[in-house]
Design a binder for this molecule. Structure first.
Ligand SMILES: Cc1cc2nc3c(=O)[nH]c(=O)nc-3n(C[C@H](O)[C@H](O)[C@H](O)COP(=O)(O)OP(=O)(O)OC[C@H]3O[C@@H](n4cnc5c(N)ncnc54)[C@H](O)[C@@H]3O)c2cc1C
Ligand code: FES
Length: 271
């Protein structure tokens, strides 16, 4: 193991600096960690919840030595984390994985649900360098649309919100407006993060319109450093070769992307 990996992979304990409730199921946690504060948009960390579990989370922001993650309450570990308060101890490893590749041209970001967290981090960096920045954010319902107030000022072009139940913005999936926008305008890069069926559909559409894309994928993760094999997609390990994959890599995994993944027992299950 290289010295750099040994340093990022060493578990550090830190205290929760602040907890912000974003909506009834999602909270943002900030804590100090020198290593993860150096992360680039798209990288993730492994967060240890004492006595419960360790889970992968995208880095949502860094500021000085402070790091933020935005977490949806979906099961045992995230439920335990949601009960934790400012000052309590957590553990951190990372940052891990490959970040998004910054593009200076005409870029579009498309996010679903908590997938918006790493894309907000990316949008903040791109706002400084990209010529044109467009955004599509989708969620099931209005209160799950996160960070619109922070994202809208960063967009230089169109910003579209969608909800599945029509309580805000367009009543459709985020990929519906994407199809129309791609038919009209040429982009230098599309960045996607969200549920895998959404990533698959964004991949299909960008291939159709010959636009390069990068998508951040999620798989079951245990080690986070390419050893255990629980996060495989095709020949790739999502923790080490991803979580951000480009169009060329995604073309090699079309029989799995948005279709199936390995479950906790190692058997293949639907995504
Ligand atoms: C690279 C990466 C970045 C992620 N970023 C975020 C984020 O920014 N915000 C966020 O809310 N969630 C994020 N997730 C998902 C998050 O890791 C899971 O929601 C969490 O691990 C669920 O744990 P649990 O014990 O609460 O739920 P469980 O009861 O264990 O499972 C609930 C569901 O979560 C998924 N899941 C469970 N464990 C894992 C695991 N170790 N790795 C991946 N998926 C798992 C499974 O599909 C399962 O059906 C990310 C996952 C990955 C791989
Ligand atoms: S989580 Fe172990 S190889 Fe990716």
């Amino acid at each position: 193991m290289s010295d750099k990996l040994t340093a990022t992979n060493t578990l550090r304990t830190t205290r929760i600096q602040s907890v912000k409730t974003e909506n009834p199921t999602t909270k943002t946690y900030a804590f100090m960690d020198k290593q993860c504060a150096k992360a680039k948009p798209g990288q993730f960390l492994m967060l240890w919840i004492p006595k419960i579990d360790e889970i992968p989370l995208s880095i949502m922001n860094t500021e000085g030595k402070s790091v933020s993650v935005t977490v949806k309450n979906v099961g045992e570990a995230t439920h335990a984390l949601h009960r934790m308060k400012q000052g309590e101890t957590i553990g951190v490893r990372g940052p891990f994985g490959n970040p998004f590749t910054p593009n200076n041209g005409n870029v579009l970001l498309i996010a679903g649900g908590t997938g918006i967290a790493p894309l907000l981090f990316l949008a903040k960096k791109l706002a400084i360098q990209a010529k044109h920045l467009s955004l599509i954010v989708g969620a099931k319902t209005r209160n799950e649309l996160l960070f619109l107030n922070q994202l809208n000022p960063l967009c230089t072009e169109q910003s579209t919100a969608t909800t599945e139940d029509g309580t805000y913005g367009l009543k459709c999936l985020a990929t519906a407006p994407l199809e129309k926008i791609l038919a009209k305008e040429k982009f230098d890069m599309v960045y996607a993060c969200g549920p895998e069926p959404m990533a698959r559909q964004v991949f299909n559409l960008t291939e159709k319109h010959a636009v390069p894309m990068e998508a951040s994928l999620e798989r079951l993760m245990r080690c986070g450093i390419g050893i255990c094999g629980s996060c495989m997609i095709g020949k790739y390990r999502v923790c080490k070769d991803g979580p951000v994959f480009n169009s060329q890599q995604l073309r090699e995994v079309t029989d799995e992307l948005g279709i199936s993944k390995l479950g906790f027992d190692g058997n293949r299950i639907p995504v």
